[in-house]
Write a new protein. Structure first.
Length: 324
């Protein structure tokens, strides 16, 4: 294990949800819990067996750590291990604090040209990497991203990076769609009160064809329905956003058109990839951060996120650090 002095911690929708509602599905907050799981910091101390890190190293933290080597870990899909420890998922504490202890193998050294803030953004970015890999985005793909919050945006960034020829994004909010354009979306559609079929046909008309891949980032029933209708026959729909447990969807439409529906659960094996992309400047995640607060103003930061202002709100945990 390593002890870290925390630096940057992003606020996620799930953090806000636990704070407001005390539960997400089967994960229920029963005791006081530290939030935060999008984080970076500096190594202060290392355990006796740790060789790849030393005090002073700047690291990005992968928040999900399996507690034992089971068949999921052996097959490389450790995110599916039922033994996983995950920051800020009850009963596990997160890392929105000054000092934090974490498994050394899940702390990744940041190159000098990657900032702490970018290091903290690797967590949401990882959701995009994992989703686009599961979706099979490749050279020339036409992609529909449903929802333009932070996770919709990272999927736009990663899909473009992986060779997508055209990406169309839908959202209710014009300002969020503007952000999608900024990070590389080719087309945006502001949804008002169209039916799922109408949304699907708008997607087809702006792309000039039905997308082979849809990445659904809202979890809203109507959006999942639109995702099925929009996806080309033989294509893939990846469900990233999580909403109610039971959702009514046109499953027969998907079945007879051989639309593959895939789920994702967080990510695995994404930190090294993300660090390489950031270090080589192949992707730019800096526009995602719109607000910054010191740890003392955490409540204000959470209120800002809850109101849906900006995109990513970042907390600074180290009072000695003067960097922006």
């Amino acid at each position: 294990e390593v002890l870290l002095r925390m630096h940057s911690v992003g606020i996620c929708g799930s953090d806000v949800h636990y704070w407001q509602h005390g539960r997400i599905g089967d994960f229920v907050v029963k005791d006081p819990m530290v939030l935060g799981h999008e984080a970076s910091g500096t190594v202060v101390k290392v355990g006796s067996g740790v060789t790849h890190l030393k005090p002073g190293d700047r690291v990005a933290i992968e928040p999900g750590v399996p507690r034992e080597m089971d068949e999921f870990c052996k097959s490389g899909r450790y995110n599916l291990s039922p033994t996983i420890f995950f920051c800020a998922t009850p009963p596990d504490d997160g890392n929105l604090c000054r000092y934090y202890k974490h498994s050394a193998s899940y702390c990744y050294k940041l190159p000098d040209n990657v900032t702490f803030e970018e290091g903290a953004l690797i967590e949401p970015l990882s959701v995009g990497i994992h989703a686009c890999k599961r979706a099979g985005v490749t050279l020339g793909s036409k992609v529909f991203v449903s929802g333009s919050g932070p996770i919709g945006l990272v999927n736009v960034i990663v899909a473009k990076m992986m060779g997508a020829a055209a990406v169309v994004v839908t959202d209710l909010s014009a300002s969020r769609l503007q952000k999608a354009k900024e990070v590389g979306a080719d087309f945006t559609i502001q949804v008002k009160n169209e039916t799922p079929q109408e949304v699907a046909s708008k997607v087809e008309s702006v792309l000039g064809c039905m997308p082979e891949i849809t990445v659904e980032c809202t979890g809203v029933q109507a959006c999942i329905q639109a995702g099925i209708y929009a996806t080309r026959s033989g294509g893939t729909l990846v469900l990233v956003g999580l909403g109610p447990e039971m959702v009514t969807v046109p499953i027969v439409n998907a079945a007879v058109r051989e639309v593959d529906i895939r789920g994702i659960f967080r990510y695995c094996n994404t930190w090294p990839v993300a660090i390489s992309l950031l270090a080589s400047k192949r992707i730019n995640v800096k526009p995602l951060v719109t607000h910054r607060f010191p740890l003392e103003k955490a409540l204000e930061a959470f209120e800002t996120t809850k109101r849906g202002e900006g995109v990513k709100v970042m907390l600074k945990c180290d009072p000695t650090d003067q960097n922006p």
